[in-house]
Write a protein of this length. Structure first.
Length: 109
């Protein structure tokens, strides 16, 4: 899975474009709700790997991390509520989109 596919999906499903907030990391982008401005996803290139952070139910986080080697505690986020999906690895795309939707819903309010 690559950035182009993720960006296209988010644009089509939520009508949201990536926002680039940091000059020192120009390839890091956030996705946030248009009204509340709360983030529901962050994409980053870390040491040559594409990371995508999503908010998850804390009760589900450990199960995800223990079940999938490409899901780890969130990079630079609250590790109780956020997970990183290493999207540059071979991942289950359906699971990715399910977790993205969960993150979108959890951050709506």
């Amino acid at each position: 899975m690559d950035r182009k596919e993720i960006f296209k999906y988010i644009k089509e499903k939520y009508n949201i474009e990536p926002e680039y907030l940091w000059e020192d990391t120009p390839d890091f982008a956030v996705f946030r709700h248009q009204k509340s401005r709360k983030w529901f996803g962050i994409i980053m290139n870390v040491n040559g790997e594409e990371y995508f952070n999503v908010k998850t139910d804390p009760n589900y986080s450990d199960l995800l991390r223990n079940s999938y080697d490409y899901i780890i505690p969130a990079y630079h986020m609250n590790k109780e509520h956020w997970n990183t999906i290493i999207v540059s690895r071979k991942i289950d795309k359906d699971l990715f989109f399910e977790l993205l939707e969960q993150s979108f819903e959890l951050t709506k309010k």
